[in-house]
Design a protein around this ligand. Structure first.
Ligand SMILES: *[C@@H]1O[C@H](CO)[C@@H](O)[C@H](O)[C@H]1NC(C)=O
Ligand SMILES: *[C@@H]1O[C@H](CO)[C@@H](O)[C@H](O)[C@H]1NC(C)=O
Ligand SMILES: *[C@@H]1O[C@H](CO)[C@@H](O)[C@H](O)[C@H]1NC(C)=O
Ligand SMILES: *[C@@H]1O[C@H](CO)[C@@H](O)[C@H](O)[C@H]1NC(C)=O
Ligand SMILES: *[C@@H]1O[C@H](CO)[C@@H](O)[C@H](O)[C@H]1NC(C)=O
Length: 605
């Protein structure tokens, strides 16, 4: 049995047997917010030094906690997350804490120098491509500078400070799409010579700039900006391509300015996909030119999106490397459509699912899709959503309202369909309408549960009901997005970041070909309990746990000690977000978005 944990990376290493340990070989490692419950020897009053001395006197003692309890030796399995810190006796110095970067880069080396950064003179130089830099890249430089230098007017440091980042992007015309190369390499010498950032695409370059912005801190002793632990070499790429956040603008309307701010916050943690749940049973804020009465189902006239509004959000996101995938959730969830088009609903009192027995329903859906893609009746207009993927919903369909309507039942019988067969017919027609405008369908898990391998092979399954769906669907060759309810649903206010971090999108999948079909996952911020007033504090910092899991999957061990390192980085990230002006809630709030428990600093001194 190996006693105690060691290290932030490799879990367990045997500590020297206490009796044999020499005092000068003894190091006490501090493991933040961990404890070894049920392994108390006794309580010892006094200082940390008193506890160290008392532990050395006890043959079975391997450490103590910050409440003053000496602890018996035990294996890693005895350690769990706690309000206290654990001090563990070891025979080597404690490794440096992981760097305060979120998500943690996949590979990095760092040094021990503090490198000053000259805010007043700092410049971004584009080495490749030659010629004038693309406007999107220049805009990204301005955004990075705003994050790096909170106060550029502060006194500039003298000689030896970093003044330049040289940027090379191999292909600036690669379009934003699922699976685009988002990797980058960032090298920061310690001597003040130019740092370099190389990336295959603009989107990789944006990620590198975000990392650089996280490395620069203001140092209040020297009154200058610094990068600690220089020199740095960071070689980084995400594990998963779909790192998403569902934003629901039906349950509460989310104004265009709020949508942009949410996207800004996502880029800080390298989230790259908005799943825009833009319509649901409570409200449809979406303009339609082919069906102008559709947005009669908005909450009010002022809580609506014009096509121009949506294009502006999509373009804003694209400039930041964020895809926007819209969801039109049929046949369930669309009672709001009956306000403008009662003919697509079974009846006013029993409005969902949408009627399968009238072409009016499919004409409305195809009108929306044609407008999204700038095709068919919308040919000649610019597309509204540009991404290849289109979410068709398909969840929570109860066919009771169909069964209560004689006309619908007669139609189903004429087609030799059961009510469930009518659901399949509907899903297939919606899929065909998406294909007709060149879009690839994403559906919620129920569609997979009902129709399984009868679904076209290009369908992407979003798993939300079970953790069994990803192994099952990928074994049949279907791509999967991981978003299991109660685990990555941010509307569950009582689910902690630790629990979100512990989820494994690849659980139960060992075959590499199948693993590759898990394109990623997303946190789902269903909108019943949020609007622009509390969205940031509800989503953050928990979404950073999801973001890091999806980016740094192989880089962070899922051990108690590994999690302790995550805690210290997420604590820092939450404070950094606050400093950048994004209202992320405290890390340890028991119900997401609760206020700090009392006065206190965000940062450790
Ligand atoms: C850049 O990427 C696009 C899209 O992947 C590709 O069509 C084009 O050939 C690439 N250009 C270069 C110079 O590699
Ligand atoms: C409804 O649409 C289907 C599929 O496009 C078509 O076959 C059918 O003739 C249409 N029915 C009516 C009444 O227009
Ligand atoms: C069933 O649908 C028909 C045709 O739209 C409609 O006239 C009728 O009111 C509905 N019946 C019920 C019981 O809702
Ligand atoms: C109707 O469906 C049933 C069950 O799927 C099938 O056995 C039967 O042959 C079908 N009848 C017609 C006329 O298609
Ligand atoms: C896999 O999914 C299919 C389709 O939903 C279902 O019929 C089957 O029972 C599932 N198998 C397992 C082992 O869960």
């Amino acid at each position: 049995m190996r006693p105690w944990i060691v290290g932030t990376a490799a879990c367990l290493v045997a500590a020297a047997a206490p009796a044999a340990a020499k005092l000068q070989d003894t190091y006490w490692w501090q493991l933040q917010k961990l404890d070894a419950p049920f392994h108390d020897i006794k309580h010892v009053p006094g200082t940390t030094a008193d506890l160290e001395a008392a532990c050395l006197q006890e043959p079975t003692c391997c450490g103590f906690n910050s409440d003053g309890y000496l602890k018996n030796c035990c294996t890693e399995a005895c350690v769990s997350v706690s309000g206290t810190d654990l001090y563990v006796r070891q025979s080597a110095p404690q490794p440096a804490a992981p760097p305060s970067l979120v998500p943690l880069p996949t590979k990095f080396t760092r040094g021990t120098s503090s490198l000053a950064v000259n805010a007043a003179k700092f410049q971004f130089t584009v080495v490749e491509p030659a010629g004038s830099p693309p406007a999107d890249l220049e805009a990204a430089f301005s955004r990075a500078a705003a994050l790096m230098f909170l106060d550029p007017a502060r006194a500039a440091p003298g000689a030896g400070a970093l003044v330049e980042l040289k940027v090379s992007v191999a292909n600036v015309s690669a379009p934003l799409a699922l699976g685009v190369d988002e990797s980058y390499e960032l090298d920061i010498p310690a001597d003040g010579s130019a740092a370099t950032l190389t990336a295959a695409t603009l989107f990789g370059a944006y990620n590198g700039l975000t990392t650089l912005a996280q490395l620069v801190r203001f140092d209040y002793d020297s009154h200058s900006h610094v990068i600690q632990e220089a020199p740095w070499t960071i070689i980084d790429a995400p594990k998963f391509s779909w790192r998403g956040l569902l934003i629901d603008s039906s349950r509460h309307f989310e104004p265009v300015g709020a949508m942009k701010r949410y996207i800004d916050s996502m880029t800080l943690a390298k989230l790259n996909t908005v799943h825009w749940h833009i319509t649901d049973e409570q409200a449809v804020p979406l303009e339609s030119t082919t069906h102008p009465k559709l947005w009669n189902g908005a909450w009010s006239k002022r809580e609506r999106y014009t096509h121009e509004d949506i294009r502006a959000v999509v373009e804003y996101a694209r400039q930041r490397g964020v895809r926007v995938v819209p969801e039109v959730d049929t046949p369930g969830h669309e009672a709001s459509w009956c306000v403008g088009y009662p003919e697509v609903c079974p009846s006013p009192s029993c409005p969902m699912p949408l009627r399968p027995d009238t072409n009016a329903t499919f004409d409305l859906i195809s009108g929306i899709f044609e407008e999204f893609a700038g095709q068919g009746r919308a040919a000649g207009s610019a597309p509204i959503f540009t991404d290849e993927y289109l979410h068709l919903g398909g969840d929570e369909v109860s066919t009771t309202c169909w069964e209560q309507n004689a006309t619908i039942m007669a139609w189903l019988r004429s087609k030799n369909l059961t009510a469930d067969g009518g659901y399949e017919y509907f899903v297939k027609r919606a899929h065909d309408l998406a294909s007709a405008v060149g879009r690839r369908a994403v559906v919620w898990e129920e569609v997979w549960q009902h129709f399984g391998t009868a679904l076209p092979k290009d369908t992407v399954i979003e798993a939300w009901l079970t953790t069994e769906a990803p192994p099952n669907a990928t074994s049949h060759g279907y791509s999967v997005v991981w978003a299991v309810d109660g685990r990555w649903y941010l509307d569950h206010l009582d689910v902690s970041w630790e629990s979100m971090y512990a989820q494994d999108p690849l659980a139960g999948i060992t075959n590499p070909a199948q693993q590759a079909l898990v394109v990623g996952g997303e946190g789902c911020m269903w909108g019943e309990t949020v609007d622009n007033s509390d969205w940031m504090a509800t989503v953050w910092p928990r979404a950073a746990a999801i973001a890091e899991r999806l980016w740094s999957y192989d880089a962070v061990p899922q051990t108690a000690a590994g999690l302790a390192g995550v805690r210290s980085r997420l604590s820092w990230f939450r404070c950094a977000m606050n400093r950048w002006g994004f209202g992320a809630a405290p890390l340890d709030n028991l119900l997401a978005r609760s206020a700090p428990s009392g006065p206190g600093s965000c940062y450790d001194q």
